[in-house]
Every structure is written in structure tokens, then in C-alpha cells.
Design a protein around this ligand. Structure first.
Ligand SMILES: Nc1nc2c(ncn2[C@@H]2O[C@H](COP(=O)(O)OP(=O)(O)OP(=O)(O)O)[C@@H](O)[C@H]2O)c(=O)[nH]1
Ligand SMILES: [Mg+2]
Length: 260
């Protein structure tokens, strides 16, 4: 019998740390004697910080697409992803052939393009099929450090959630660039929206304050304000907590055993 596979899609704004977290998660899972497959879904990446097992670049040539169709970097990414859709069965086949338990899918840099075009959600749903899957949404500490930056990142996360329709976990990436107090504050904003509201009232003004207040209330109504796990891919901190959260989503708290 083929082993159960668990798909984790790493998503987040450009440069938020998706690729490095993919590499660090793999390292951690392997050290914990679990089996992992890495899938690179970014056609434009040059040197990812890991060795991928399955790679979209084997199916589409981003540089060639840019050259042949006279496209800029964003247009070429969109066109490459559209082309990749026709290879999705081969990609899934390759993933299944590895027979490993955890499948980490590093999504393209320009998340905005990936999530909002139809090809992105199509790739995500076809790759994971009926297997358990979730998205790991990275909020970059560079952005989330201010109340309005945090709120707008959460809003983008919700929007990605709507597009993918998968359970989603929020990760605060690069917490090592902040002080401990700043990290604690962001975690608190996630858990206690009224504290974020107070912070927004101080930092935003006029219309921006009104928008922010309404968005926050909407997020609360939808249950979009949840836990935030700080994880430094650089310093390998917070990964154990993140793993606990992954397990909780995948298996309702059970610690699944995966097979080599
Ligand atoms: N300090 C710190 N830097 C990090 C961390 N994770 C990633 N970075 C840095 O942030 C930059 C972007 O990291 P990537 O992993 O390439 O981010 P990405 O989201 O895959 O980027 P794109 O695919 O281009 O959107 C690199 O310089 C990383 O070294 C972290 O935990 N701490
Ligand atoms: Mg990347």
C-alpha cells in the first residue's frame, strides 16, 4: 500500500522566506526521521536553498518563455504557470513515485500572481488530489512589524485562503530580525484582536483607521484572526511548534507516523 501523503504549500509575499523555510522544514523533518519530498513550483527560481525532488523547471523554461514571447518577469511567470497546468498529472505522478510522507511545495515568489490567476489554485488542487493538504502562510516580519502592515498581510492571507480553499496556518517569518518584545506583540495581535485594534487606533488616522477597524471586525467575524507561530528558518527556531500545528491540522492532533 502506498503511504499516506501530507501536502504543505508554502505561500507568502515575495521574499517572505518560503524557500528557506522549505529547506529548514525538510532538515527538521529528516532529523526527526520522517520522509520528505520537496516540490519546487517556482519556474523563475535560480538557486533554491534545497535540492528539489520534483521541479516545475523540468517542464517549463521560464527564460525561454520570456525570450520567445517578449514578456517581462511577471508576464513570463504567469505564462509559465499556465503552461505548467498541462503537466500537472506528470508532476503529481512524480510526487507519488517518491512514496514519502511529507510533501513540501515551495510556491512561486510573486504569490499575488500565483494566487489570483486560475492556474495557481488549479495546480494546488491537482497536485494534492484527495490527500490531506494545507497552506502555510508566511507573514514577513519586515511587513508585520507595524499594525497596518500586519493587518494588510493578514488580509492578503485571507484572500489566498479563499483562492486555495485549504486549511491555513499563519507563520511569522524572520522573527530573528525583531526583538523578543516585538515578536510577542505580533503574536498577541493574532490572539487578541482588541489589542491590535488599539494599536491601529494609535498608528493609523482618518480613513485608514476606519478601514482598518472594519477589516479587523470582518476578520473576527470570519474567524480569520487566529494563531501565529513565529518561525526562523535562518536560526531553526519555532519549527517544533509549527510541526505540532501541522499535525493538529492534518490529523486532529494525532501524531501520524509516516513511512520511509
Ligand atoms: N533573518 C532571516 N532571513 C531570512 C529568513 N528566512 C529567509 N530569509 C532571507 O530572506 C530572503 C528571502 O528568502 P527566500 O527563502 O528566498 O524567500 P522566498 O519567499 O522564497 O522569496 P521569493 O521566492 O523570491 O518570493 C533571503 O535573503 C533569505 O536569506 C529568516 O528566518 N531570518
Ligand atoms: Mg522562493
Amino acid at each position: 500500500m502506498s503511504p499516506q501523503m501530507f501536502f504543505t504549500f508554502l505561500v507568502g509575499t515575495a521574499g517572505s522566506g518560503k524557500s528557506l523555510l522549505t529547506a529548514s522544514l525538510e532538515k527538521w523533518l529528516l532529523a526527526s526521521e520522517m520522509s520528505v519530498t520537496i516540490v519546487n513550483l517556482d519556474p523563475g527560481v535560480e538557486e533554491p536553498p534545497y535540492t528539489s525532488d520534483v521541479d516545475i523547471r523540468e517542464y517549463v523554461d521560464y527564460g525561454e518563455v520570456m525570450h520567445q514571447f517578449g514578456l517581462g518577469p511577471n508576464g513570463a511567470l504567469v505564462a509559465s504557470l499556465d503552461m505548467a497546468v498541462s503537466h500537472v498529472n506528470d508532476l503529481r505522478e512524480e510526487i507519488l513515485d517518491t512514496g514519502r510522507g511529507y510533501v513540501l511545495v515551495d510556491c512561486p515568489g510573486q504569490m499575488e500572481l500565483f494566487a489570483y490567476r486560475n492556474s495557481g489554485p488549479m495546480l494546488v488542487s491537482s497536485l494534492s488530489g484527495k490527500d490531506p493538504a494545507l497552506s502555510l502562510y508566511l507573514l514577513d516580519s519586515n511587513i508585520a512589524r507595524t499594525p497596518t502592515g500586519y493587518l494588510s498581510s493578514m488580509l492578503l492571507g485571507m484572500s489566498i485562503n479563499i483562492r486555495f480553499g485549504l486549511p491555513q496556518l499563519n507563520v511569522l517569518s524572520k522573527p530573528d530580525i525583531l526583538t523578543e518584545e516585538q515578536v510577542d506583540q505580533i503574536v498577541e495581535w493574532a490572539e487578541e484582536p482588541h489589542i491590535l485594534n488599539d494599536a491601529l487606533n494609535i498608528s493609523a488616522s482618518g480613513l485608514s483607521r476606519e478601514y482598518s477597524g472594519s477589516i479587523l471586525r470582518m476578520m473576527e467575524d470570519l474567524g480569520g484572526v487566529t494563531r501565529m507561530v513565529p518561525v526562523s528558518a535562518k536560526e531553526m527556531t519555532g519549527i517544533e511548534t509549527l510541526y505540532g500545528e501541522l499535525q493538529r491540522v492534518f490529523a486532529g492532533g494525532e501524531d501520524y507516523v509516516t513511512y520511509e
